[in-house]
Design a protein around this ligand. Structure first.
Ligand code: AKB
Length: 314
C-alpha cells in the first residue's frame, strides 16, 4: 500500500527538514505538512499544506478523515526554555497534543506513529556520563516531565492497543536551515550564526557545560531508519536513547576557530538555561538503537562544524 504521511509541526526546526526528506522518499503529494503557522516557501510549494492546531480535535479529525494517513509524525511541542516561561501551555500542548494523536491513530487505524522525546527526560539524579536507556529519571523542567509522561503513554498505547508507536530521545539538534525552537541547546546553533556575522558570541551556558548534540542530517536519517525498521526489531516503545557527539561551548569554539581564527567566545552569567543544562546528561549510551535497528551517526564535531560554516556562509 502506498504511504500517506502527515507531519504535524512541520514548520519547526525538525519538521522543515523531515518533510523535505520524507517527500524525497515517498513523493511530494504523499507527505502532508501541517502547522499552526504559515509555512516557508519550500514546504508550501513542494506538496500539500494544512493549517492545524494539534489541540483542536475536530480539525485533527478532519485531517485523519481526509488523508487517511498510514504514518503520522507529531512534532509540535514547546521546548525546554520556552516551556519554563509558560509551564501550563507546555504541559497542555505536549501532553494533550500527543493524546489526541494516539487516540485518532487508534480510531483511524494509522499504521505507525512517530513522536519525539528528548534527553530532557533525564534529571539531576540520572547518571551523567553514558546515561543508560534505563535508569533514574527525575526531570525538573515541564518539558522533561511532559516528555517522560509522553513516553509512558506511548508504551501504554502500544501494550494496550497494539499501536505501532516509535520514538527517539533527541539530543540538541544542530542545523542551518531552520531556526531552533527555544531550547537549552540552542546556543550551539546561535554560535555559528554570530561567529560568521559578528566574529564573537556570548554563550548562555558556561565554558565546561557538556551536552549531547547531533547534526540534523543524522537525526533525520535516524528517524526515518527507525520508522522503516521491521516492527519485530523494536523492543522499546517508550523512546530510544540516541547519540551523536558531546561537546562544551569551549570545545565548540575551538573547532570554530579552525575556520574563523579571530572568533571570540564570552559567557553570559545567570541564565536560567544553565540550571536546565546542569540537570541533563553529558553523554548518552545508545546501545539499544545500535543493536536493534542499526543506528550509526555519521557526523563528528569536525564534520558538523564544516557543514554549518559552509552552508551558513552561502
Ligand atoms: C531543548 O534544548 O529543549 C531541546 C532538546 C534537547 O530536547 N533541544
Amino acid at each position: 500500500m502506498a504511504e500517506k504521511i502527515v507531519v504535524l509541526g512541520s514548520n519547526g526546526q525538525i519538521g522543515t527538514e523531515l518533510v523535505t526528506a520524507l517527500r524525497k522518499v515517498y513523493g511530494e503529494s504523499n507527505v502532508v505538512a501541517c502547522d499552526i503557522r504559515r509555512p516557508d516557501y519550500d514546504i508550501k510549494n513542494s506538496g500539500p499544506f494544512e493549517f492545524v492546531n494539534v489541540l483542536e480535535k475536530d480539525t485533527l479529525k478532519s485531517i485523519f478523515q481526509r488523508y487517511k494517513p498510514t504514518q503520522v509524525y507529531l512534532l509540535a511541542a514547546l521546548l525546554s526554555a520556552t516551556g519554563e516561561q509558560n509551564p501550563k501551555l507546555a504541559w497542555d500542548l505536549n501532553m494533550n497534543g500527543l493524546l489526541n494523536i494516539l487516540d485518532l491513530a487508534i480510531t483511524y487505524q494509522t499504521a505507525k506513529v512517530y513522536w519525539p522525546s528528548s534527553i530532557a527526560v533525564f534529571g539531576p539524579n540520572s547518571p551523567k556520563d553514558n546515561t543508560p536507556q534505563f535508569c533514574v529519571m527525575d526531570p525538573n523542567t515541564v518539558y522533561g516531565i511532559s516528555k517522560l509522561a509522553g513516553e509512558r503513554w506511548c508504551e501504554y498505547y502500544h501494550q494496550k492497543y497494539n499501536l505501532d508507536v516509535r520514538s527517539i530521545r533527541y539530543p540538541g539538534l544542530i542545523s542551518w536551515k531552520a531556526a531552533p525552537g527555544g531550547g537549552t541547546t540552542d546556543y550551539a546553533i546561535h554560535i555559528f550564526h554570530d561567529a560568521l556575522k559578528k566574529g564573537t558570541y556570548a554563550s548562555f551556558l558556561n565554558a565546561a557545560t557538556e551536552l549531547p548534540m547531533m547534526y540534523m542530517d543524522d537525526a533525520i536519517r535516524g528517524t526515518i531508519e527507525l520508522m522503516d525498521a521491521d516492527a519485530s526489531k523494536i523492543t522499546i516503545r517508550s523512546s530510544y536513547n540516541f547519540a551523536g557527539v558531546s561537546f562544551t561551548p569551549e570545545i565548540l569554539a575551538a573547532e570554530i576557530r579552525k575556520h574563523i581564527p579571530e572568533f571570540t567566545l564570552t559567557y553570559a552569567e545567570n541564565d536560567p538555561r544553565q540550571n536546565i543544562a546542569d540537570s541533563w546528561p553529558r553523554s548518552i549510551d545508545d546501545s539499544y538503537a545500535v543493536k536493534e535497528w542499526g543506528w550509526k551517526p555519521e557526523f563528528n564535531l569536525e564534520r558538523l562544524a564544516i557543514e554549518m560554516i559552509n552552508n551558513l556562509k552561502k
